[in-house]
Every structure is written in structure tokens, then in C-alpha cells.
Write a protein that binds this ligand. Structure first.
Ligand SMILES: *Cc1c(COP(=O)(O)O)cnc(C)c1O
Length: 397
């Protein structure tokens, strides 16, 4: 047997195929469908930020920046967290710039987890989490979020209690949550915080949608690090991509106590070392924009959310109103669907729209079998066209 006869990929990565986004985006291209699958905006971010990036490119900010990120950006990250959440971080030692939130999450897990350690996370989960946990040789302990009669996704507190064990190293929490749009309430966060402290676990929070908890959410966004006893055990992660409509820039950051940040940085320096030199000063400009920018950004997305919810409801879907993020989930049962993966594979042909099945974000495929996700971070005319197409769906099925 030669080495060509076997899959060269390490065993721990074999369960992870090509992401569903690649498959669905290829399908969108081939069929000319409106792509509400992947969550990227189709408009540019604030002009002040774009101008600052152009200026940085043209004025020599093109070589390796410092390992933890440029001082202006670290200061802006710290000031932004003080302004919006009352959290204090020292820009020198408690903030590190990363290649997007994705790298920050991966570096945090690789830095903190020994093989065999357990990571508590909520499913459905963002697709990179499972792969990062597997790369570290750790084990994920998922807690399932299910839509309740009130239309809100929630978890059973006993499921969360049972997910913790003597091997729990950290809990990975994403709020506002992709793909469900759930914003964790202070009561839910309190239970997470209590269990973390009881088990001596760290928390890693993915807060890339920190500015997208809508005004009618049960509660506003509350960073886990603001709860008693949590700042000292939490790595808080966010990124410019979603807040400033620049998902291709991949500028993220992590903040936390110096020991945790320095552990993350130790791994990060060998993953990418540094990234995005001319974009870092531009993101510093964006983070310092007046409150109006952030309020208008949220209001604008909320209008588009409502437009898509109305359209999906008119098309016959049972829609779960998201309290935050770029996404809305819908149940396909009323449209005769029994399996989201099959439904989404044929949806572009049947109606000219691409969505993604949320099943692929669960360890328990039954929990998400009939749920699909649409992105509403698109221009209103694009959403209108998608809705028009979807309303023809019952006739063609
Ligand atoms: C989009 C997204 C990310 C990725 O952020 P980057 O800054 O592009 O790496 C991470 N987590 C969640 C939940 C997301 O939706």
C-alpha cells in the first residue's frame, strides 16, 4: 500500500467535509438564485473606515504590524468596550488583535484545552467551533437550543448542568447567537456563570453580533464578562466584520485578563503571527464612530429582518423571530418539507433562492432537521426579490 491509497488527512479532521456554505454558494451561482445562504452584507461599511484604509495603504502601513496588533487599534478596542459595556481592559496586555473572530476562537481553544478536555457549547453552533475543538483533541459537550412555544430558542437548564463535568475546561458561548438569532438573557447567563465558577472553567465568548440585539429582544446584549466573577475567567472575542460590514477584512480581537490573553497570543503568533496591517488603523477609526452609527446600523438591520420575516410568513414558513444577528430561522414543515438538507438542495431550482439547513450545525441532527436559515443582511431590493420568488413556492412544489 502506498501513501496514495489512504486519505492523507488526519483522522480528527475527517468528519469535517467542505462547509455547507461552499456547496450552497456554488448552487446559487449555477442556478442564478438569490443567495440568502451565507451571512455577508452586500453593501460597504462606513466611508470613514474605508477612507482610513485607503490612506493607510498609501502611507506605508504595509509591513508586519506588532504581534498583539497596532497600539491605536488595541486602544480603540478597549475604549469601545468601556463605552458600550463598562468593561475595563488594559490595551497593553489585555487586548490582542487576531485574523478575525475565527482565529481568536481557534487560538483560544488550542491555547486552553489539553487533549481529552471538554468544551461545553450550545448547538446549533457556528461551524468552526467543532473543528477547532477537534484540532485541540478536546471533546465538545453540546447543549441543544430548541424553539419554544413563545418562538424563542431556549435550553433546558438541566441539560446545561449535565454537560459540565470534572473534565470541563471551558464553555464557548455565542450571543447574540448564529444561527438562531437568540440573545441570551441575564438569567440564562447567570446560570452559565455559576456553572463555570462551580467547575473552575473558563469562558470564551463570541460576541461578533454585540451591536445586533434588536430593540424588541427580551433583553439587550449582556457580555458574560460583566457578570460577577466572570471578567477574570473570560476571553471576550469580537470582530469588525459584522459590525462594520467588512467580513472580508478578517480583523478581530480578544480581550481578557493578561494570563488568558497571553496564552491565546502564544498560539496565535504561530498561526498567522499578524494580519491586515493597513486595515487595523481603519478599524480603530470605525470603533470610535459616534453612538449614532451603531444605533442606525441596528435599526437598519431590524427593518430588513422584519421585511424578510413578513415575506417568509407570507410564503408559508413558520418563522422564529430572531432577537439579534443577521439571520432568521424557519420551519419547513408547513411547506411539506421534512428534511432541511434536501429542501435547501432543491430550493434554488424550485424557487430561485438559497438558504442553508441548520441541521449541519447540530450534533443531534433530529433537533434541527426541519429548520433552515436565511440571511437578511442584504439590500432591501434583494430581499424583496427573494420574497417574491419564495411566494411562488407553494404553487411549484
Ligand atoms: C461571522 C461569524 C464569525 C466570523 O468572524 P470573522 O471575524 O469573520 O472571523 C464568528 N462567529 C460567528 C458566530 C459568526 O457569525
Amino acid at each position: 500500500m502506498t501513501s496514495h491509497d489512504v486519505d492523507p488527512l488526519v483522522a480528527r479532521m475527517r468528519p469535517f467535509g467542505t462547509t455547507i456554505f461552499a456547496e450552497m454558494s456554488a448552487l446559487a451561482l449555477r442556478t442564478g438564485a438569490v443567495n440568502l445562504g451565507q451571512g455577508f452584507p452586500d453593501t460597504d461599511g462606513p466611508p470613514e473606515m474605508l477612507a482610513a484604509a485607503t490612506q493607510a495603504l498609501n502611507t506605508g502601513h504595509n509591513q508586519y504590524p506588532p504581534g498583539p496588533g497596532i497600539p491605536e487599534l488595541r486602544a480603540a478596542v478597549a475604549a469601545h468596550q468601556r463605552r458600550f459595556w463598562g468593561l475595563e481592559y488594559d490595551p497593553d496586555g489585555e487586548v490582542v488583535v487576531t485574523a478575525g473572530a475565527t482565529e481568536a476562537v481557534a487560538a483560544a481553544i488550542l491555547a486552553l484545552c489539553e487533549p481529552g478536555d471538554e468544551v461545553v457549547c450550545f448547538e446549533p453552533y457556528y461551524d468552526s467551533y467543532a473543528a477547532s475543538i477537534a484540532l485541540a483533541g478536546a471533546t465538545r459537550r453540546p447543549v441543544t437550543l430548541r424553539p419554544g412555544v413563545d418562538g424563542r430558542y431556549a435550553f433546558d437548564p438541566d441539560d446545561l448542568r449535565n454537560a459540565f463535568s470534572a473534565r470541563t475546561r471551558l464553555v464557548l458561548l455565542n450571543s447574540p447567537h448564529n444561527p438562531t438569532g437568540k440573545v441570551f438573557t441575564p438569567d440564562e447567563l447567570t446560570l452559565v456563570a455559576e456553572l463555570c465558577q462551580e467547575h473552575g472553567a473558563y469562558a470564551v465568548t463570541d460576541e461578533v453580533y454585540e451591536h445586533l440585539a434588536f430593540t424588541d429582544a427580551t433583553s439587550g446584549h449582556v457580555p458574560l464578562a460583566t457578570l460577577p466573577g466572570m471578567r477574570e475567567r473570560t476571553l471576550r472575542i469580537s470582530s469588525a466584520g459584522k459590525t462594520f460590514s467588512c467580513t472580508g477584512w478578517k480583523v478581530g480581537w480578544a480581550s481578557g485578563p493578561a494570563a488568558l490573553v497571553s496564552a491565546l497570543l502564544r498560539v496565535k503568533q504561530f498561526l498567522t503571527y499578524v494580519n491586515a496591517a493597513p486595515l487595523q488603523p481603519a478599524v480603530a477609526v470605525a470603533l470610535a464612530l459616534p453612538d449614532d452609527y451603531f444605533t442606525a446600523f441596528r435599526a437598519d438591520l431590524q427593518v430588513r429582518r422584519d421585511q424578510l420575516i413578513d415575506g417568509l410568513t407570507a410564503a408559508g414558513f413558520d418563522v422564529y423571530t430572531p432577537e439579534g444577528t443577521y439571520f432568521v430561522t424557519a420551519d419547513i414543515t408547513a411547506l411539506g418539507g421534512t428534511d432541511g438538507v434536501g429542501f435547501c438542495r432543491t430550493l434554488p431550482e424550485r424557487s430561485g433562492v438559497v438558504a442553508v439547513p441548520t441541521q449541519v450545525f447540530y450534533d443531534d441532527p433530529e433537533a434541527g432537521r426541519r429548520l433552515i436559515r436565511f440571511a437578511f443582511c442584504k439590500r432591501q431590493e434583494v430581499l424583496a426579490e427573494a420574497v417574491t420568488r419564495l411566494r411562488r413556492l407553494p404553487e411549484v412544489r
